[in-house]
Design a protein around this ligand. Structure first.
Ligand code: NI
Length: 188
């Protein structure tokens, strides 16, 4: 296998982030290499999740490594996973807020309400079909990344007034006027 590569992260405003991504087949070219590159890219940017659209590929694939949350959430120890063609089958419980960020939207964090429990079906990195329940922070990280392959960003969950207040900052990001300490690709 060739050396892993850090990929530029696509910034807010790129149409790829608004597209509903396509399923992939097991013969997708160099999938293992892509997954390795995505992990390298995510770690370089200190993220806990990264979806393929964020590296410019409109396919139903995302990765998570929530171990940085492990001090406050010990159940996340070793929570490193690859999700291929996932389908959230069920979401349940009373919505709870958490201050979310996104590597495609640097320097903005806002409270997002999500349900605490999910049932998800997906293929893992070995193309084994899995059906699993996740809750709390694990569920949240998955829901955020799952949104990405549905063309949804965390800002889409915010109340209209809040979104309007962020509009200037979001436009700045699209125009490349933002400080991120990792490699990004801007639509303009
Ligand atoms: Ni994100």
């Amino acid at each position: 296998m060739s050396k892993t590569k850090i990929l530029p992260i696509v910034a807010y405003g790129d149409p790829v982030l608004k597209r509903v991504a396509d399923e992939i087949e097991p013969d997708y070219p160099e999938l293992g290499q892509l997954v390795d590159n995505m992990f390298e890219t995510m770690y370089e940017a200190s993220g806990v999740g990264l979806a393929a659209p964020q590296v410019g590929l409109s396919i139903r694939l995302f990765i998570v490594d929530a171990t940085p949350f492990c001090e406050d959430h010990p159940e996340l120890d070793g929570f490193v996973k690859v999700f291929i063609n996932p389908v959230i089958l069920e979401e349940s419980g009373k919505k709870w807020p958490f201050n979310e960020g996104c590597l495609s939207i640097p320097a903005i964090r806002e409270d997002v309400f999500r349900k605490p429990k999910i049932l998800i079906e997906y293929y893992d990195e070995n193309w084994e079909l899995q059906e699993k329940e996740f809750d709390g922070m694990a569920a949240r990280v998955i829901q955020h990344e799952y949104d990405h392959i549905e063309g949804i960003l965390f800002t889409d969950h915010l109340p209209a007034l809040k979104r309007r207040m962020l509009k200037g900052k979001l436009t700045d990001i699209t125009n490349g006027i933002v400080d991120a300490d990792y490699k990004m690709r801007f639509p303009k």
